[in-house]
Design a protein around this ligand. Structure first.
Ligand code: ZN
Length: 507
């Protein structure tokens, strides 16, 4: 079976989507996930749930969640991620597929020969590519993709072009995503392939160097730059320092990190200062486990991420209780795929909190009727792991820091360092800030500005920084690893895994 996209994937009524999702979910669980994934065969059996009894998206609530730890490799079980890979055998097909489907397979092998059927199944199921999860916790988890899955990735690329309003014939794209076996780089590659838009995949500053990329921008005159917010900002600032003309630029598509309102304003100003007219800044969101990305439309953050109801079911749950919350209410994103081969997840808890939840209302900007996810996303773990609460008596939200520091015109770059006092794992947490001030700040005012930033941060976050170091821009760019890291080191946590687990053990 090859992957076929549904026509009018973005224009159906809520009832039609519900019917479609119910049908796809039934087929996918009964004929693919439960028969061919050893992990989910066991999960369904242990939960005592008959896959035939899951008939609609609401029925998913009877299934347990899938957590990161359950599918990540561990030192004792490095092969654990294989449990979620669909791996059909003749015996499994015989015992799980309905007779009609088995007969059609038999018929095909009579007509075309056994070898042709085997080749066909291999195209559908055999993994041909792999992405790895990122992040500092746990070992990276491999997510496998077959040819069938690459077709889906390509279809999603086509849809991203549609939703963002890129004109395939005239618009050119330069991608700044670092070359890596990660979703972001390859999703952009398939935006070019699926959407038919000319794309230069630079591999990022680490591969082509910022100067090399700027030269390509001069030659190619791209309509869109695509990349991680921190690096894109750095690149635009470099372009500005070289007085480049960017009047051909229509906008940015950003992924891999949060795009705050302050950031949006700032990069728009930067682009406009180089001649771009009314540039758009859209955010793109995805995670390895979903093996695809979603984007905002011309409505930017107000429109939210446009999902694909024929490819997935999005649930939003209370992160504490796991119970579903109503549309429009903040909660944790839980993901279930409805198509796909290779590594498949059901009710996967992402740890991402959608601030403002989801909406099925027609998008006021583009008129699509798909489910939209709120653009502001926070990590459950960020809030939980940040242990300053013990000292300062309040929970600290990293998002606030990003918003304030990213918004402050006096700040050019910044890096936040969290560490234990005296590097003693049992001591309290400390917060240090490295700052490069804007060239507009008079040098004689440095101390004054530093104190004012510290005061403002305290007023908003109720956390007093232990120190602020004002450093030259080059030095902060070095610390951030802007030219050397896959993603800049904006928040550095030096507390270490060990000290955290000891801390927990002590409680
Ligand atoms: Zn829209």
């Amino acid at each position: 079976m090859t992957f076929r996209s549904h026509k009018s994937w973005d224009q159906r009524s809520r009832e039609e989507y519900h019917r479609l999702q119910s049908r796809l979910l039934q087929t996918f669980l009964r004929r693919q996930v439960v028969p061919f994934s050893s992990h989910y065969r066991r999960v369904f059996a242990e939960a005592g749930v008959d896959p035939r009894s899951i008939r609609s998206p609401e029925d998913l609530q009877r299934l347990p969640f899938t957590t990161k730890n359950e599918i990540a490799p561990s030192p004792d079980d490095p092969q654990r991620p294989r449990g979620i890979v669909l791996h059909p055998t003749e015996e499994l097909i015989r015992s799980h597929w309905p007779l009609t489907q088995q007969l059609s397979l038999k018929l095909r092998s009579l007509v075309r020969g056994k070898e042709a059927v085997r080749r066909h199944l291999a195209l559908e199921y055999r993994p041909v590519s792999v992405f790895f999860t990122t992040g500092r916790s746990a070992l990276p988890t491999a997510f496998l993709l077959s040819r069938y899955d690459l077709d889906i990735l390509e279809e999603v690329g086509r849809r991203i072009v549609q939703v963002t309003g890129i004109h395939a014939q005239e618009d050119k794209i330069i991608s700044l995503f670092p070359y890596a076996p990660h979703l972001a780089f390859w999703q952009v590659y398939y935006v070019g392939v699926g959407g038919g838009a000319f794309t230069l995949n630079t591999g990022g500053g680490k591969v082509m160097g910022t100067d090399g990329i700027l030269q390509s921008i001069r030659r190619i005159c791209p309509s869109y730059l695509v990349g991680i917010p921190g690096y894109v900002y750095h690149l635009l600032r470099e372009a500005q320092s070289k007085s480049m003309d960017l009047s051909f630029l229509k906008g940015l598509a950003l992924g891999g990190d949060a795009v705050t309102p302050g950031y949006r304003r700032r990069v728009k100003e930067l682009m406009e200062s180089m001649g771009a007219e009314d540039p758009k800044v859209v955010s793109v969101f995805g995670f390895t486990e979903s093996r695809k990305c979603w984007t905002e439309c011309e409505g930017e953050a107000d429109a939210g991420f446009h999902t694909y109801p024929d490819l997935e079911i999005i649930e939003v749950v209370d992160p504490e209780t796991g119970k579903p919350v109503p549309d429009g209410q903040t909660g944790e994103l839980v993901y279930t795929g409805l198509v796909g081969r290779g590594s498949c997840v059901v009710r996967y808890r992402t740890g991402d909190v959608l601030v403002g939840g989801v909406s099925w209302k027609e998008c006021p900007y583009c008129g699509r009727t798909v489910l939209r996810m709120a653009s502001q996303i926070e990590r459950v773990s960020n809030v939980k792991n940040f242990q300053l609460s013990k000292v300062k008596g309040t929970l600290v939200n990293l998002h606030l820091f990003k918003d304030i520091l990213g918004n402050d015109q006096r700040i050019e770059e910044w890096q936040l360092v969290i560490k234990k006092r005296n590097d003693d794992p049992f001591d309290v947490d400390e917060l240090h800030l490295n700052l490069a001030l804007s060239s507009r700040v008079d040098e004689s005012k440095t101390d004054e500005v530093r104190q004012s930033i510290q005061k403002h941060l305290f007023e908003v976050t109720e956390v007093n920084l232990n120190s602020i170091h004002v450093l030259p821009l080059d030095r902060v760019l070095d610390l951030l690893g802007m030219e050397t890291q896959l993603k800049e080191k904006r928040v550095v946590d030096l507390r270490g895994q060990d000290s955290v687990s000891k801390e927990t053990a002590k409680k």
